[in-house]
Design a binder for this molecule. Structure first.
Ligand SMILES: [Zn+2]
Length: 300
């Protein structure tokens, strides 16, 4: 090893040992990293995409955003942007600059790079409704069922499968228009409910529901609020959810192709008319499915 390489390696080793578990933001910066965000500014309640090119050939890249380990995956464009990374920006995230720390392993080195991300607060619509008290509160037995449903769905969406099942753009599961957007904040008699966790798409009962991308069915459950619910695991902590279905056409454990019919739409659960509620979860955060469609054209 020549002096220059020795010095370089020593500095890298020093850097790694001083970083310990590397979850601090003041890591070294290497100017030759190239990173491009889609869209340029990330908004709360959405998924953002980063395309990246490390300064040299690497064996592996990891990314850390706050307490979350993000999945960095190789793309189909190794020459221009060899890697991509999906970033969850929760509804409750604060606006401002946030750091994502990348850690690339090369045969000789570990390179650490801190990228500054801009986050903007997105305004979501509000709706104020006056309803009879019995519709605003659940009796204890129903509440117990609702909580059990939420726990089952939450558990299914918390797993981080290392296999990436999806490939290329995500698609809308039914052709219908959006009847209720993600993030809509409803107030019942002045009391805020949870913001709308997905988008509602118009779909007459019995409409074939297509898998938004390739994935593995991890849950089919008849829930009190969301009715017959199916969850697809796309890998890397990314899930799509399909609710108010009339019939399941796939079973837990099935691997589905993009576009494959996984269910028929319906009006099961607590809703007033038939539609498909389509949700997206990334690393435990429910995010706007529209943002996944928007970045989809940059996925390769
Ligand atoms: Zn909905």
């Amino acid at each position: 090893m020549n002096r220059r390489n020795f010095l370089k390696n020593s500095i890298a080793t020093l850097l790694i040992s001083s970083l310990g578990n590397w979850d601090i933001s003041l890591a070294s910066t290497t100017s030759a990293w190239r990173i491009k965000p889609y869209p340029p500014t990330f908004q709360t309640g959405t998924i953002g995409l980063l395309k990246l090119k490390p300064p040299c050939q690497v064996d592996d890249i990891k990314a850390r955003f706050g307490k979350k380990e993000l999945l960095v995956f190789p793309t189909d464009t190794p020459k221009t942007w060899p890697y991509s990374c999906l970033v969850p920006v929760p509804l409750k995230a604060k606006a401002g600059k946030k750091i994502i720390t990348f850690r690339a392993i090369t045969p000789h080195d570990t390179l650490i790079y801190s990228y500054k991300l801009s986050i903007k607060k997105k305004k979501y619509p509000k709706e104020f409704l006056k309803v009879k008290k019995k519709y605003a509160e659940f009796p204890p037995a129903i509440l117990k069922r609702v909580r059990a449903d939420q726990a089952a769905v939450g558990k299914a969406c918390r797993a981080v499968t290392p296999t990436i099942y999806w490939h290329g753009p995500f698609i809308k599961p039914v052709p219908g228009r959006v009847t209720s957007p993600f993030g809509l904040q409803r107030y019942f008699n002045g009391q805020p409910r949870s913001p709308h966790s997905g988008m509602d798409l118009a779909a007459p009962i019995g409409t074939p529901v297509a898998a938004s991308n390739s994935g593995k069915v991890v849950l089919t459950r008849d829930c009190y609020l969301s009715g017959k619910t199916l969850i697809l695991d796309h890998g890397g902590g990314l899930f799509t959810l399909y609710c108010h279905l009339s019939k399941f056409k796939a079973n837990p454990g099935d691997i589905t192709d993009k576009g494959q019919t996984i269910a028929l739409s319906g009006k099961s659960g607590r809703i007033t008319g038939p539609h498909l509620h389509w949700g997206v979860s990334l690393l435990g955060s429910r995010l706007d499915p529209q943002s996944l469609l928007d970045i989809s054209r940059f996925l390769a």
